[in-house]
Design a protein around this ligand. Sequence first.
Ligand code: M6R
Length: 612
Amino acid sequence: MCGIIAYIGNKPAHDILITGLHRLEYRGYDSAGLTVMDDKKIQTLRSVGKVANLRNKVEGEWKDNSKASLGIAHTRWATHGLPTEENAHPHTDMKGKISIVHNGIIENYKQLKSKLEAKGYKFHSETDSEVLCNLISEFYQGDIEEAVVQALKHVEGTYGLALVCSDEPDRLIAARKGSPIIIGIGNGETLVASDVSALVQYTKQVIYLDDNDIVCINREGITDIFDMTKTPVSRDVQEVDWDLGAAEKGGYDHYMLKEIFEQPEAITNTFRGRLNYEEGTAILSGLNLTPKEMVDINRVLVFACGTSLHAAMLGQYFFEDFAQLPSNVNHAAEFRYRNPIVERNTMAIAISQSGETADTLAAVREAQRKGANVFGVCNVVGSTIARETDRGVYLHAGPEISVASTKAFTTQVMVLLQMALKFGRCHRLSRSEGVKLCREIESTPELIREVLKEAENIKKIALKYKGFDNTFYIGRGYMYPVALEGALKLKEISYIHAEGYHAAELKHGPIALLEENVPVLALANDIDGKDKIIGNVEECKARKSPVILTATKGDDEMKSYSDDIIWIPKASAPVAAILTTVALQLYSYYIAVARECNVDQPRNLAKSVTVE
Ligand code: M6R
């Protein structure tokens, strides 16, 4: 998804902007560009493809001579128009005075464009952002801040933006509505970014803008933050709690592999200080609910997208099994379009790694409109969903850079398990059952380490199956969402067509596809449902499908049902679901590497999907 970095200070801006763009690469993009303000002149360079192309262009054309110390830059993920140089940001207005970078979507850009065209404006791109730039230009009468306010009043849609104006060469303006903007406060310099990871190299002191905020910055720092009525607003300076090292690969070939191997630590962080062994419950102060309020909650509504949706499905099992709470999982994208019923005493939970997913955010707002208390389960601190939800629990998984979500999934599952434990203890879960669950949670990091030790075996199996174009993943009970997640991971990073199915559903249609070129990965761990899945595996074998099993270590009879086995340590069902997911992440990773895919930035995908 698009990324923004901007700089005003006393150092050459292009260096800092290019470095910032590299930090934003993990988000996914298809073109990049930057503008620097050189002695009252706007100088822009843009290029299609990787930031490295832009860097080469900058080095070639400016030969490292640019001393300009104010600039804006952008990585674009195409929404309006193809990924071309003309459509890449920054965009400049027709008069060549204003240059803008923009994330989000201007929904009424066509109407605005027609009006501007009628006034003689000419456009060089297909983008909504160029329209916004010219709209600001239309209102410009010597005060850029005033022009931005006036223009934004005519805009419907979302924006995170940064801009410069050649008539005011010492000012940087940024604004936000529905797309994150963060201000980094440095020593004699100020940065603006859409993502903290572009800032941490330069400063840990940040301000998160709220929707409708506009910020004006000069070489001394921030001069004003105000809202659309020009009323000053005050925003706290916060300290970012992760450093650059946490956002780099740490010696692994890919971020994805690093993040898979980080899971024991990430999971530990989700429960550190949150388990009360004495009472057999979870603490989770972010929920901020009294026992009475918890008892009053009689239904759980969960919404999320993609991998987070699979975590939500496991959460549904947890809430039903441990807390006896009726639960519904919803595709966030569908939630507000089907007029959902939100009853009194419903707890809604939004799950999102990034906290910026547009569909999930829309579902949060819909649930709030209907009077629900919405709780956020997010990883990115200060993200929009984290801030807009009434209360919630952070994952504390650390930055997840690879587009394919790994540690976010397992930590989401862990947080949901703790939530179910806490609610369970207000309902029918006994103290001893609660203590048992605490112990299981606590044992998970060590068991994940055991799975990670299987990496070489998993790699061997992956190499054997790397050439197949289709794969089915089947599971039952807790292993059904894991099958869905395993299949999603394989298709998104290796481009192999993979389907996750409930094992019992196979015979209702998809079994027609099975043959010797279609392997089936069956999740046959020794938990509830194993006996039934053995029957389903037999059905697959009878159609000549090669069968790979995940099975519990020591369950040797499973060898006779499979061509290959991935062994998973013995564990309770919720923990087994996490362990099996880790094994499937490794399986997808090794296949993707063997197929020479771009593991961390798969084609067509973005890390946070901020469009509906
Ligand atoms: O940031 P979120 O958890 O809200 O993101 C939701 C999905 O876009 C995300 O999980 C996506 O499916 C990942 N690429 C999966 O690996």
